[in-house]
Design a protein around this ligand. Structure first.
Ligand SMILES: Cc1cc2nc3c(=O)[nH]c(=O)nc-3n(C[C@H](O)[C@H](O)[C@H](O)COP(=O)(O)O)c2cc1C
Length: 204
């Protein structure tokens, strides 16, 4: 039998890095916001999930005092952009704690393009953007959970195959534990099984 290490979060100072290394790979939301006085802001967030599909709602969680959370709260808008492998340096550098009056697009030589339904711009070099309106903000523990309803999706045309996103199309980077980042890697095409099909199959 495998020996198990038992960790009690109440007494473990390292719980943040342990959870960060276990809940992997985490997709990265490259989040564009604009402050109430018009300063553009861009920051990566790997605490990121879909929480509803009708209406479509995504969630990011910011920990600590972040421009992203303040801007989202004050203006009600955010844009979640995909984080492509070839921009790993800029994605990482956009996580530098820049002063609030600095525009990360300008600092990092990224091109912004106007969004259609919300005020913050999209990252032109990113393969997709989810234009979102804030529908709720919940504080939980030390996290500020920002829920954004997706009001428009913009995807590079060559990522599409008919009405579907090409499975092999998106070269997105993810967050692993510590300083490690991951690429998508091998994909397995495993069809979903209905209850009817399940009853007829031989179990593994
Ligand atoms: C890949 C990556 C993922 C990150 N994920 C998060 C996250 O999920 N939540 C968070 O609060 N900070 C996260 N950070 C740190 C923020 O990006 C960093 O604090 C940033 O300066 C916040 O910028 P802002 O103050 O402009 O919002 C991450 C950093 C990197 C490099």
């Amino acid at each position: 039998m495998t020996m198990r290490r038992i960790i009690d979060p109440a007494t473990s100072a390292g719980i943040y890095s342990i959870l960060g290394a276990l809940v992997v790979p985490r997709p990265i939301a490259w989040v564009s916001t604009r402050s109430a006085d018009g300063v553009e802001n861009l920051a990566p967030h790997s605490f990121f999930q879909i929480v509803s599909t009708s209406p479509p709602i995504v969630m990011i969680s910011t920990v600590g005092e972040k421009d992203t959370a303040r801007n989202a709260r004050e203006t009600g808008d955010l844009v979640v952009c995909g984080a492509p492998v070839d921009l790993i340096e800029q994605i990482n550098l956009s996580g530098v704690e820049f002063p609030a009056d600095r525009n990360e697009f300008a600092e990092l030589g990224l091109t912004s393009e106007p969004s259609e339904r919300v005020a913050p711009p999209r990252v032109a070099q990113s393969p997709y953007a989810l234009e979102c309106r804030v529908v709720d903000i919940i504080e939980m523990g030390n996290g500020v959970l920002i829920f954004g309803e997706v009001v428009l999706v913009a995807i590079d045309e060559d990522m599409m195959e008919g009405t579907r996103v090409r499975a092999q199309g998106l070269d997105l980077i993810s967050r692993l534990g510590g300083n490690a980042w991951g690429e998508i890697g091998t994909q397995h095409d495993v069809p979903r099984v209905t209850w009817e099909q399940y009853q007829k199959t031989t179990r593994p």
